[in-house]
Write a protein that binds this ligand. Structure first.
Ligand code: GDG
Length: 486
């Protein structure tokens, strides 16, 4: 950890948002880890608000500084200093111990704790205060005709901040637009209402002009909660919620990937996998929402029921360490270690092991090579906001004939990527059959399905997502003056 940021952990929000922010010379609030190459890091010029490491205050900006954290030394940086104990209650407690499981519809794993909630409210307040300061600075600096500043808040870590920002900024007559994007699912009303302070979350998010979710189901869940918990007037067809005398727009904006970048990575990546064997690939943060235990069991069932795959097919599972301070995650690691050991012990022969398990983070080049050369990708979360791995796999499938994508209907990606094989991860026997079908699918069917999948991701890439959000906010005017959603 240096200057309050962590380098080296992988995650969807970072992979999706950081490149567009870097390209756009924009602002970035890297409070939960950034994984970018050093050369890209140097271009990360204007991070605005981030957590400060109290032991290492941010030095003055030096234009000749070429170190990885140079971006953070810009004088545009504003730090949010959080006491480590509060941070623990906020991040490991409320964010990852409560919201993460609850919003993934796994309430039995969620803890409800007033102290964690207070820490969450405090951190959100501090982010809001810094944002107000930033708006004040912009108001003094910017010429009057330079447009309205956009505050774009990301994810479940900051669901209260918008309402606070709006109240203070309105009082001070500051010009701004407020947008929010949630990277995880928004749960149905019946799950959401389990959280004792759920009304405050809704009010927090309704401080925005527009709230974006990956898919329409999450939008409808949110609209439903606003109506049933707060009594708001809502328009389900047009996804509008009336609150505090304003109309808040709710939008499905499926996140995507930098498609061309992954194609290029796949073109350049060296061959790592021995192609004599068919590889079934899994790439996930080690998280209980990703369905890894179910997946290993489905693969075991495949080997049991279809012994023709013995010594011919290998499951290559990358599991990136994640939230290692949280007990649930430590327990999952233990369970995975045991399960991999048991299945390998059961089927391994002198020349072959059924599962290759990498617990760690690999380089993007190596990842692209795996994506390109795998015969099947298994994207089978129990619940997932979107899932970028499914999209990255498709982008990297440049070999002829291509491989097969298997995706869970409980991921946002499963809602969008209709040409993939759909697989319910809870149904172990059926999942094994889907893997068998993928491994034995005729070449022309594989090609047909993959062509459709690739076409969609190519057109609807992460820049399209970004532009759609900005258009929805009315902050992006295209050449023909059109500022409505595509
Ligand atoms: C959240 C939501 C939503 C993984 N292993 C390695 C590695 N990765 C990268 C992948 C991908 C990212 O991590 C994982 O993204 P996902 O979307 O699959 O999942 P979350 O981290 O849970 O992301 C999710 C996303 O936000 C965006 O809105 O899609 O639903 O949960 O980009 O490539 N990268 C490298 N080495 C690895 O070993 N370099």
């Amino acid at each position: 950890q240096g200057n309050g940021i962590w380098v080296g952990c992988a995650g969807g929000l970072v992979t999706a948002v950081a490149p567009v922010i870097i390209q756009g010379n924009g602002i970035w609030n890297p409070h939960c880890g950034v994984e970018v190459e050093q050369s890209e890091y140097e271009k990360l010029v204007n991070p605005l608000i981030h957590f400060e490491n109290p032991d290492e205050p941010i030095p003055e900006s030096d234009p000749n500084d070429r170190t990885p954290t140079a971006g953070l030394k810009s004088n545009r940086v504003m730090s949010v200093h959080i006491d480590p104990k509060i941070f623990d209650s906020y991040y490991n407690g409320c964010c990852n111990g409560t919201f993460w499981p609850l919003f993934h519809s796994m309430p039995d794993r969620a803890m409800f704790c007033a102290e964690h909630w207070r820490a969450y409210a405090q951190v959100n307040q501090e982010f809001a205060d810094k944002t107000i300061k930033a708006l004040q600075i912009l108001a003094q600096e910017e010429p009057a005709d330079s447009g309205t500043p956009l505050v774009w808040i990301h994810d479940y870590h900051l669901m209260l901040a918008a309402n606070t920002i709006r109240n203070i900024a309105d009082e001070q007559n500051l010009k701004f637009k407020l947008g929010f994007f949630l990277h995880i699912p928004f749960p149905p009303w019946d799950i959401f209402r389990l959280f004792p302070w759920s009304d405050e979350i809704l009010q927090g998010m309704l401080g925005c002009d527009m709230v974006g979710f990956h898919i329409e189901d999450y939008c409808l869940n949110f609209v439903d909660c606003c109506q049933r918990r707060l009594g708001c007037r809502v328009d389900r067809k047009n996804l509008l919620v009336e609150h505090g005398g304003r109309t808040v727009r709710i939008r499905p904006l499926p996140i995507a990937i930098p498609y061309e970048r992954f194609v290029q990575l796949a073109q350049a990546a060296p061959r790592v996998i021995d192609t004599k064997q068919k590889i079934v690939l899994g790439v996930d943060r080690l998280d209980y929402t990703k369905g890894l235990v179910h997946r290993l069991k489905a693969f075991e069932t495949l080997l049991e029921k279809h012994p023709e795959h013995l010594e011919k097919v290998t499951l290559l599972q990358i599991a990136v360490p994640s939230r290692t301070d949280v007990k649930e995650y430590q327990d999952l690691k233990e369970e995975m270690d045991q399960l991999v050991g048991r299945i390998n012990g059961r089927f391994t022969t002198p020349n072959w092991s059924p599962i290759r398990y990498i617990y760690g983070c690999i380089s993007q080049d190596e990842l692209a090579s795996f994506y390109r050369d795998a015969a099947v990708a298994l994207v089978t979360p129990l619940r997932d906001g979107m899932n970028l791995v499914a999209k990255e796999f498709v982008a990297c499938q440049i070999n002829e004939p291509p491989g097969v994508l298997i995706v869970s209907p409980f991921a946002g990606a499963g809602e969008q990527m209709h040409e993939a094989l759909i697989c319910n991860p809870y149904e172990i026997d059926a999942a094994a059959e889907v893997i068998h079908r993928a491994l034995t699918m005729p070449e022309d069917e594989r090609t047909l399905r993959m062509n459709y999948l690739r076409k969609r991701e190519k057109v609807h890439d992460v820049n399209y997502w970004m532009r759609s959000f900005l258009k929805g906010m009315g902050t992006l005017i295209t050449e023909d003056g059109d500022d409505v959603l595509p």
